[in-house]
Design a protein around this ligand. Structure first.
Ligand code: HEM
Length: 188
């Protein structure tokens, strides 16, 4: 084995990590846009929903490649428990653990959504709200463990884009509360 062999596994992990996070961002944006005023006029909710569902699966596949590639990294020497069991790896915890937990939450959200017709709507709804926990974990993981987000410019873009998403989350929550109050008033 050559000493200066290119650390291909490390590059694969980095690029798939970046792309899967970007897809997750788009998944969040499209999911929120379904019931956010103005945004649901820009993209038809039915299109948002279809792309939302499809991209979430692509993001999950890339997350698997992202974690799996680390098994081949000769510097990190990760084992299966390192990439599958939260907090097993002490060196990179809690950042790594949050990434692993976000992966499981993605599995749960996607699984329950594709099996939606077998689940009570209320249960699916509550489970789907875990998207906020999932996304927060993924942000922390990417921000504090990611090599590419160490550069100031990348970090600023990342933070700016996420502030934009938080604003949409707040508008979305307010819209839901207002609609809920209006429905209750109509029932009186
Ligand atoms: C990583 C996986 C996923 C994430 C992070 C995610 C995230 C989101 C977010 C942020 C919203 C808007 C806020 C909300 O209503 O809770 C949403 C809505 C929605 N998502 Fe997902 N989602 C994922 C996967 C899926 C999949 C696979 C499907 C369908 C097969 C799906 C179906 C829906 C539906 C129907 C809504 C609209 C809910 C409504 O407003 O009534 N999601 N999702």
């Amino acid at each position: 084995m050559l000493e200066n062999e290119a650390p291909w596994a490390w590059y694969v992990a980095r690029v798939t990590g970046l792309i899967s996070f970007s897809l997750l961002y788009i998944v969040m944006f499209l999911g929120l846009s379904i019931r956010t005023p103005i945004l649901n006029k820009l993209v038809k909710p039915i299109h948002s929903l279809n792309i939302h569902a499809w991209l979430s699966v692509q993001a999950l596949v890339l997350v698997f490649v992202h974690g799996g590639a680390l098994l081949f990294d000769k510097y990190l020497k990760f084992t299966w428990p390192d990439i599958l069991v939260p907090f097993f790896n002490k060196t990179y915890s809690p950042e790594l653990a949050l990434g692993i937990m976000a992966m499981y939450l993605m599995l749960i959200l996607i699984g329950t959504s594709y099996l939606k017709k077998f689940i009570k709507h209320g249960i699916w709804r509550v489970v789907h709200f875990l998207n906020i926990a999932l996304y927060t974990m993924a942000v922390y993981h990417a921000l504090y463990l990611g090599t590419d987000l160490a550069s100031e410019m990348a970090r600023n873009i990342f933070i700016g884009a996420n502030i934009f998403l938080v604003v949409i989350v707040v508008i979305n929550i307010f819209t839901r509360i207002i609609k809920f109050i209006q429905r209750k008033r109509q029932q009186i």
